[in-house]
Design a protein around this ligand. Structure first.
Ligand SMILES: Nc1ncnc2c1ncn2[C@@H]1O[C@H](COP(=O)(O)OP(=O)(O)OP(=O)(O)O)[C@@H](O)[C@H]1O
Length: 677
């Protein structure tokens, strides 16, 4: 039986060689070929020759009025020419080295020629020959092609595929949805995408394809969520009183937002289903203590918890902070990073496997194959946008359905998170601890460098500590380090011996980094010159000044992260951006930073300035890529599709209905359980 999943070799005229070539475009099945949608369309509306520009593209409808003649010259060169009557004019049409077009031409026949206009000679040098009738509005699909597979080949194969398989193209979208949004059935959609006769057809087909894409995407996500709700998870039935007693030992009062998210997380832990929750909170909003409470609850029940951080500095910092939070408790903290000696490493792995340590903190080293947990109950992933979907999955697979809590300080506009994190439940800390003062941000031009230094001096005199971030050189970590070192030497010469200056960059050993961080935390170093290694998570509540050089080289999200390193205590904090932006976008970034400290506002602005793909860093975030839909431009569609998918999945017996069989089939193919499996 024919199926769209048939390999392309099932098509007439496609052998192994052509299949290999198609594979270079990621096309292996008939479905791949049929959904290799055009990237754009050429418009073949006729050109008015009277206003045609010399050497520009023209499209002419007309009648062939002289027998086409092919003359050959040189090595394999040829020239095909004939006369074309178009309107009242007669022009000469010439095709170089395309003698085979002769077979498509006959005297008195109607044709459309696309080519370049040679005004002085009254000739058209043709590039395309179409057999369209004059008067018909016409557009032609243009595909992403490469050196192995040419445009013409794609046109031809897609046509073959459509003819051979159109009767097995099942419409996936339920009829009610198609009616509500006036969408096409799938065979028509595919036909009109590839072979539209009008621009309107192509537009309608694109709309259907975009909705189909986001609907299927949301159907997958939502069925994953629902499946989790029915599958067995690990229930963390902790003792409420014991947890409360622990919370009482925290030296500050939790904010209302922290209390709310703690409740959401604890409800998940106690439920018999696996937790898969994202904790979003702006920089400094206090995510760590929330994580600590979840860890404590887990460990109370005799399970282990793991916390994975993006860098060694952060892993070490979390370990130090949590060890302090958990003094005099049954929690014992282990730090598993790449910098352990082989012997320490082996020893630690044994302890983890034996369940002797119950909180394991680490970097990517945590998800290596040799790490075996005795009974992992909770996996926490910090700064989750740095981890891909695969890594999240690996960690989750380490234990028997461990509960997963992902934390991110990158505020994502709520509207986008339904795409980026659609399969997760989301908790948001939307409130900063009381007493925090908004960070005062100033933008200085680089010729005001002196002013920056004297401001810094005045602050140091009042006992402040400061970060100074050196310019970012994206292309080269080496130059980055050189820059930071030069800046460090400059500032050391300026401030020492009164104030100590430290240096932190990515090429230092982990021990060196740890030492300087510890000195900075202890107040032995007042000015810390750093590259962006301090970007995420570094926490020293006494630091109140952040100076960022060449700030226009950083994206908004990164600037917001960097600024978030200060303003973490009760004292007034400052951020100085030193920059001479050359583009208007650069200027707007500086202005946004000066205007607001709210991460969600910054993120929204970033989105407007850059678009979703960039904002989320496609590869890092696990943000899906779409063929047709655009998560920003088609946002409304995404919201509707999400609701539509949920409504469908929640209908009793939806998967028994005939009409939905193509969707059930689709989900099974995607290797995912549906709600009722
Ligand atoms: N409710 C609270 N009241 C007072 N201080 C708090 C409160 N919650 C957290 N803090 C303190 O605020 C600081 C920031 O907290 P934390 O490091 O958890 O922030 P975060 O959300 O992880 O931010 P980032 O993403 O920037 O690291 C810490 O020094 C923490 O001890």
């Amino acid at each position: 039986m024919q199926s769209l999943q048939d390999p392309v070799t099932a098509l007439k005229g496609v052998g192994d060689k052509k299949a290999e070539q198609l594979a270079t475009l990621g096309i292996t099945t008939v479905e791949d070929l049929l959904t290799h949608y055009p990237s754009r369309y050429d418009d073949f509306a006729p050109t008015n020759l009277e206003v045609a520009v010399d050497k520009q593209k023209v499209t002419l409808h007309g009648t062939v009025i002289s027998a086409p003649v092919v003359s050959r010259y040189g090595y394999r060169k040829s020239r095909l020419s004939f006369r074309l009557q178009t309107g009242h004019q007669v022009v000469q049409v010439i095709f170089f080295n395309q003698p085979y077009f002769k077979d498509h031409l006959q005297v008195n026949g109607d044709v459309t020629v696309v080519g370049t206009w040679q005004r002085a000679r009254q000739q058209v040098w043709g590039t395309k020959l179409l057999t369209v009738k004059p008067g018909e509005e016409t557009i032609g699909a243009v595909y992403a092609a490469n050196k192995h597979v040419k445009q013409a080949t794609l046109h031809q194969l897609i046509e073959v595929a459509f003819h051979q398989y159109q009767h097995v193209i099942a419409t996936l979208l339920p009829v009610a949805l198609r009616q509500r949004y006036q969408l096409l059935d799938r065979p028509t959609m595919i036909k009109w995408l590839h072979f539209p006769t009008t621009g309107e057809q192509a537009k309608q087909a694109r709309r259907t394809a975009a909705y189909e894409e986001v609907f299927l995407f949301q159907l997958r996500l939502q069925s994953m969520r629902l499946a989790r709700r029915t599958a067995d998870g690990l229930q963390i039935w902790y003792d409420n009183e014991e947890l409360r007693a622990f919370i009482k030992t925290i030296p500050f009062e939790l904010t209302a937002a922290q209390k709310r998210v703690v409740n959401e997380i604890c409800r998940d832990l106690r439920s018999p289903f696996q937790m898969n929750r994202l904790l979003q909170g702006d920089v400094g909003s206090g995510k760590t203590i929330v994580a600590a409470i979840a860890i404590y609850a887990t460990i109370l029940t005799g399970h282990q918890a793991a916390l994975m951080a993006p860098t060694e500095i952060l892993a070490a910092q979390h370990a130090a902070k949590l060890a302090e939070v958990f003094t005099d408790t049954p929690v014992n903290v282990a730090l598993l990073t790449g910098s352990l000696t082989a012997k320490q490493h082996t020893e630690l792995l044994k302890q983890i496997a034996a369940g002797q340590c119950n909180l394991i903190i680490g970097t990517h080293a945590l998800i290596q194959d040799q790490v075996h947990f005795a009974n992992l109950g909770l996996a926490i992933i910090d700064e989750q946008h740095r981890f891909g979907v695969e890594q999240r999955k690996l960690l989750r697979e380490k234990g028997l359905q461990p509960n997963v809590l992902a934390m991110t300080a990158t505020p994502i506009p709520r509207t986008l998170s339904i795409t980026a994190y659609g399969e997760m439940d989301v908790s948001v800390i939307d409130e900063l601890p009381a007493g925090r003062k908004a960070i005062k941000t100033t933008w200085l031009k680089s010729d005001q460098g002196e002013a920056a230094l004297s401001f810094l001096t005045a602050q140091l005199q009042q006992g402040a500590q400061a970060y100074v971030v050196s310019p970012l050189i994206e292309e080269s970590e080496k130059i980055d380090v050189q820059n930071a070192t030069a800046l460090y030497e400059h500032l050391a010469a300026h401030f020492q011996p009164e104030y100590q200056v430290g240096l932190l960059h990515g090429r230092m050993s982990n021990d060196e980094k740890a030492t300087v961080m510890a000195d900075f935390a202890a107040g032995k170093v007042q000015v810390l010159v750093a590259t962006t290694v301090i970007e995420v998570g570094v926490d020293n509540p006494n630091a109140t000044v952040m100076v960022i050089y060449d700030a226009d080289r950083f994206g908004l999200a990164q600037l917001h992260q960097l600024r978030g390193r200060v303003g973490r205590g009760g004292r007034q904090s400052y951020c100085l951006l030193v920059a001479d932006p050359k583009t208007s976008e650069g200027k707007q970034r500086m202005e946004t930073m000066v205007a607001t400290t709210d991460g969600f506002v910054v993120a929204q602005r970033d989105l407007e300035l850059r678009g979703a793909g960039d904002l989320l860093g496609k590869k890092q975030s696990g943000m899906p890529e779409f063929k047709v839909a655009d998560p920003v431009a088609d946002l409304k569609m995404m919201q509707y599709a999400r609701q539509d998918a949920l409504n469908l999945l929640e209908q009793p017996q939806w998967d028994q209905q005939d009409e939905n069989q193509p969707l059930v089939h689709y989900l099974t193919q995607q290797n995912l359980q549906t709600h009722f499996d």
